[in-house]
Write a protein that binds this ligand. Structure first.
Ligand SMILES: *[C@@H]1O[C@H](CO)[C@@H](O)[C@H](O)[C@H]1NC(C)=O
Length: 244
């Protein structure tokens, strides 16, 4: 019950403050321990509001399906998979706000493609134009196929510095005093030919079964980045990494 209430309160809060959010775009990004977010270091990506589920992870519906879907762990105790961030344009160790980054899963990849995030295009999604033509039977089938998974969902298999794999992190002020961030998809920052100079929020969209898929959404989805190696000082973290 408490969770439901805090969830509702959170949503009311979001909708009343969306206008003022995402204004403080630039600056350095920090992890949940207050350390600068660094290139190549594995982080868990967790929702700011822990009662809304666990961290981001990778899933496949069937044994051989590829590329993998980026989804949310159902239970808040599960942190999910580690992800790394790489600046696309700047050759820097720190991840800056509002600069294009590549986001990659730091796991053994069961697919042929890369572990780099990409946003699937509308063309790849099922067509929704035939709704009126559906008979009852087909309707039922369609309902099973189309469970509300976002059209622009995030999967692995992307390519570095391509519009579909171009993300940025911006600071939000959902909870003053807590550093939380919004991940956005910004095709134009990685050479998209389109005249669309927009960035799109990336957040969790739930299907009919309640499973959370990462995808483009109008809502905000505040996240925090938790260093998978714990809260060591920077130098310790780096030497631990290179020793592995
Ligand atoms: C990803 O999710 C979509 C929608 O549920 C599904 O069609 C596809 O098979 C999933 N991919 C994997 C690798 O399971």
């Amino acid at each position: 019950m408490n969770k439901i209430i805090s969830f509702l309160v959170f949503h009311i809060f979001i909708f009343t403050t969306t206008q003022s959010l995402l204004s403080a775009a630039s600056g350095t990004i920090h992890d949940s321990g207050g350390t600068k977010l660094l290139r190549g270091i594995p982080y868990y990506i967790l929702p700011l509001l822990r009662s809304s589920g666990g961290g981001l992870t990778l899933t496949r519906n069937t044994k051989d399906a590829c590329p993998l879907n980026v989804t949310q762990e159902s239970f808040e105790v599960n942190y999910g998979s580690p992800f790394t961030f790489t600046p696309i344009v700047l050759d820097e160790e720190i991840i800056r706000g509002a600069y294009p980054v590549s986001i990659e899963a730091d796991v053994t990849n069961p697919c042929h493609g890369s572990n780099i995030w990409k946003v699937t295009t509308a063309a790849a999604a099922k067509d929704d134009d035939n709704d009126e033509l559906l008979t009852n039977n087909k309707d039922k089938k369609k309902k099973e196929d189309d469970k509300g998974v976002p059209v622009h969902s995030v999967t692995t298999g992307g390519e570095f510095n391509k519009p579909e794999s171009c993300f940025q992190i911006v600071e939000d002020d959902v909870m003053p005093g807590l550093r939380s961030y919004q991940i956005q998809h910004c095709p134009f920052k990685c050479g998209s030919q389109s005249t669309d100079l927009a960035c799109y929020n990336v957040g969790i969209v739930r299907d009919a079964d309640g499973k959370g898929y990462l995808g483009r959404t109008d809502a905000i989805y505040p996240v925090v980045f938790m260093n998978c190696l714990g809260t060591f000082s920077q130098s310790v973290k780096i030497s631990r990494l290179s020793a592995e």
